[in-house]
Design a protein. Structure first.
Ligand code: GLV
Ligand code: MG
Length: 325
C-alpha cells in the first residue's frame, strides 16, 4: 500500500440509478415506488427550457412529500454554463435540502466547477442549519471533463461517484455515432484470412478507454464509478452486455433510463450466490494458509495469495451490504 490512504465515500448501494424527468409528477411518484438503489430527479437534459421552473417546484414537492425511504435521492442540476444552474441549486436545496442525499453535476469540466457548486451548497446548508451534508456525483461526459477527471474526482470531500455520460461524451469528442451507448458496427477488427480463407469480424467496445479512465479516477479517490445510459430500452440483452462489461472493469452500477432496466442493473451488479460462496472459500483457504505460515496456496488448482483476499472481500462486503438493505 501507499503511505497515502484512500478514504472511501459513504457506502451506498448504487447498482441501479434511475433517471426521472422532474417535469413529470407521475414519473416522480413511480420512481419513489421503484426498486432502484439511487434515483436522480432531472432538471437537465430531459426537461425542456420552458418546463424548468415547474420541474424545480415538482422536485421540491416530491422530495418533501413522497416516501423515499430505502433509496438514495439525487437531483441533476443544469450545467454551470447555463443560467438555470444557480436557480436549480438555490431552489432545490433551500426547498428540500434536508431530504436530498446527492446533487448530480453534469458536464463537469474542471475541479473549479465542483468548487463553485460546493461553495453555493455549503452556504445554503449553513444558512438553513441542515444537519445532513449533501454529496456530489459528477458526470464525466466531455473531452474537458475526461482530461481533468483526476482533479474533478479529488475536488471536494462531498464527492461520492463519477458517471460516464456516453451520449454527451460522444457529442463532445465528435465520435461517429448517434446511439446512446452500446457497440458500433464500425468499431471492429478484421482478422487475417483464416485456414478456410475467410476473414472474421470482431466488434470492439469503443467506450473501453473512457470507462476505464473514469474507473481509475474514481477508485483512486474512493468514489463509486457508475456506467451511464443505454438508450435502447427495448434491448435488455444489449443492456445486460453493456452492464456486465462495465462491472468487469470495476463499475458499481449503471443508469436506468427506463424502469425496465432497473432490475437488469440490480441483477448484474449483485454478486451471485456462487460468486459469494467462492469468495468465502478463498477467504477460508487463505486463513488456513496464514495459520500454516504461508502467504500463497493453491485452491482448485489455481494460485491464490494476499491479493485474492482483497478481491474476495469486495464480493463478500457487497453481499453483506445487500443483506442489510
Ligand atoms: C448522460 O447525461 C449522457 O450524456 O449520456
Ligand atoms: Mg449528458
Amino acid at each position: 500500500m501507499s503511505f497515502t490512504i484512500v478514504e472511501e465515500a459513504p457506502a451506498r448501494l448504487n447498482r441501479s440509478e434511475l433517471a426521472v424527468p422532474g417535469s413529470s409528477t407521475k414519473f416522480l411518484q413511480k420512481a419513489a415506488e421503484s426498486a432502484s438503489d439511487v434515483i436522480f430527479l432531472d432538471l437537465e437534459d430531459a426537461v425542456a427550457p420552458d418546463d424548468k421552473p415547474q420541474a424545480r417546484k415538482n422536485i421540491v414537492e416530491a422530495l418533501n412529500d413522497l416516501d423515499w425511504s430505502g433509496k438514495t435521492v439525487s437531483v441533476r442540476i443544469n450545467g454551470l454554463d447555463t443560467h438555470y444552474c444557480y436557480k436549480d441549486v438555490i431552489e432545490v436545496v433551500e426547498g428540500a435540502g434536508d431530504k436530498l442525499d446527492l446533487i448530480m453535476i453534469p458536464k463537469a469540466g474542471t475541479a473549479a466547477d465542483i468548487y463553485a457548486i460546493d461553495m453555493l451548497v455549503t452556504q445554503i446548508e449553513t444558512a438553513k442549519g441542515f444537519k445532513n451534508r449533501i454529496g456530489f456525483e459528477m458526470i464525466i461526459e466531455t473531452a474537458l471533463g475526461m482530461q481533468n477527471v483526476f482533479e474533478i474526482a479529488a475536488a471536494s470531500p462531498r464527492n461520492e461517484s463519477l458517471h460516464f455520460g456516453v451520449a454527451d461524451y460522444a457529442a463532445s469528442t465528435k465520435a461517429r455515432t448517434t446511439n446512446i451507448g452500446g457497440p458500433n458496427k464500425d468499431y471492429y477488427v478484421l482478422t487475417d484470412p483464416l485456414e478456410n480463407g475467410e476473414r472474421e469480424t470482431y466488434w470492439g467496445d469503443m467506450w473501453h478507454y473512457p470507462i476505464t479512465q473514469m474507473v481509475v479516477a474514481a477508485r483512486a479517490n474512493g468514489l463509486r464509478p457508475i456506467d451511464g445510459p443505454f438508450g435502447d430500452f427495448k434491448d435488455p440483452d444489449g443492456y445486460i452486455a453493456q452492464a456486465k462489461r462495465a462491472a468487469v472493469l470495476g463499475c458499481e452500477g449503471k443508469w436506468a433510463i427506463h424502469p425496465s432496466q432497473i432490475e437488469l442493473a440490480n441483477t448484474v451488479f449483485s454478486p451471485s450466490d456462487e460468486d459469494v460462496a467462492q469468495a468465502k472459500r478463498i477467504l477460508e483457504a487463505m486463513e488456513e494458509a496464514e495459520k500454516a505460515g504461508r502467504g500463497a496456496v493453491a485452491l482448485d488448482g489455481k494460485l491464490i495469495d494476499y491479493a485474492s483476499i482483497k478481491q474476495a472481500r469486495v464480493l463478500v462486503d457487497m453481499a453483506e451490504q445487500l443483506k442489510g438493505k
